[in-house]
Ligand binder design. Structure first.
Ligand code: C2E
Ligand code: MG
Ligand code: MG
Ligand code: MG
Length: 284
């Protein structure tokens, strides 16, 4: 009856209220814990890079690897970047963390070369805050010099939003990086403003098609058409195209038919440690 229903709703409402406030406390606590932990993560040696191979679709060869950050907390718990990159951005900790990532990836490239592995480019993600940091291009030059990594072996990944926000200063920074010989890629392409013609004003080498457009190809006609159009237009502008999140042979074959240049995804390999990747390449 009505009274019983009312009573139930109230009880549920109260329960929900308590549930949400507890959840919020847990989140605030998480945030504080993460933030203070992150402050010490570099000095405690808790940061680690995994590398995901990038495959040339025509030959099947591994031609590069994207460095992906992991945080192994004191207690052994593994924290994924989606759980801490935003906090690192907000607090500015991304600046020292980003420099550590770049240095580690460049040093790893040099170590792979010295170990006699085939030429393997490294791709490093840059966050917006990092990209806008004054002197960012000088920092890249310094890290390249200190590690002995060739500029042409490094690809920096930025997102469309970085370009759209302050296009003029972004263009200048990209120009300086490009003149150094560093390769530049747009990550998660298609999730932002996505104007290919706009991209002409930036010295970009590659587009990475976001995995949300790759997931349902070839079955989804719209996504298949989008992927085909992006690849054709990018090629007409002289850009290399990398497909993200390739998980099935059907996706790979379809992308190959569309003349997509490179691919990355669980079909080929998950992100693995530097040693595991070296082992994979030695066996190949
Ligand atoms: P991203 O740069 O787009 O990296 C690709 C993400 O997709 C990675 O997640 C990767 O593990 C995942 N992935 C790769 N292949 C597949 C697949 O076949 N299927 C699916 N479902 N996922 C796949 P991860 O490592 O968790 O990184 C997430 C995001 O965190 C990255 O997206 C990047 O934006 C950011 N990130 C990672 N490392 C760094 C870093 O060193 N600095 C900065 N600023 N951001 C980073
Ligand atoms: Mg990336
Ligand atoms: Mg991406
Ligand atoms: Mg992404």
């Amino acid at each position: 009856n009505a009274d019983a229903a009312m009573y139930q709703a109230k009880a549920q409402g109260r329960g929900n209220y308590q549930f949400y406030s507890e959840e919020m406390n847990a989140r605030t606590l998480d945030r504080l814990t993460l933030e203070s932990g992150l402050r010490h993560a570099i000095e405690r040696g808790e940061l680690q890079l995994m590398y995901q191979p990038q495959i040339d679709l025509a030959s099947g060869a591994v031609i590069g690897a994207e460095a992906l950050l992991r945080w192994r907390q004191g207690g052994g718990q593994l924290v994924m970047p989606d759980a801490f990159i935003a906090i690192a951005e907000e607090t500015g900790l991304i600046v020292p963390i980003g420099e550590w990532v770049l240095r580690t990836a460049c040093a790893q490239h040099v170590a792979w070369q010295r170990a006699g592995l085939p030429e393997l480019r490294v791709a490093v993600n840059l966050s917006a805050r990092q990209f806008r940091q004054p002197g960012m291009d000088a920092m890249v030059a310094r890290v390249l010099a200190e590690t002995g990594c060739h500029a042409s072996a490094l690809e920096l990944e930025i997102t469309e939003s970085v370009l759209m926000d302050r296009p003029d200063s972004a263009a200048q920074t990209l120009q300086r990086l490009s003149e150094m010989g560093v390769l530049l890629a747009i990550d998660d392409f298609g999730t932002g403003y996505s104007s290919l013609s706009y991209l002409k004003r930036f010295p970009i080498n590659a587009l990475k098609i976001d995995r949300s457009f790759v997931r349902d190809i070839p079955a989804d006609a719209d996504d298949s058409a989008i992927a085909g159009a992006v690849i054709a237009l990018a090629h007409s502008m002289g850009l290399t195209v990398v497909a993200e999140g390739v998980e099935t042979p059907q996706q790979r074959d379809f992308l190959r038919q569309l003349h997509c240049d490179q691919a990355q995804g669980y079909l080929f390999s998950e992100p693995v440690s530097a040693a595991t990747l070296a082992g994979m390449l030695r066996r190949a």
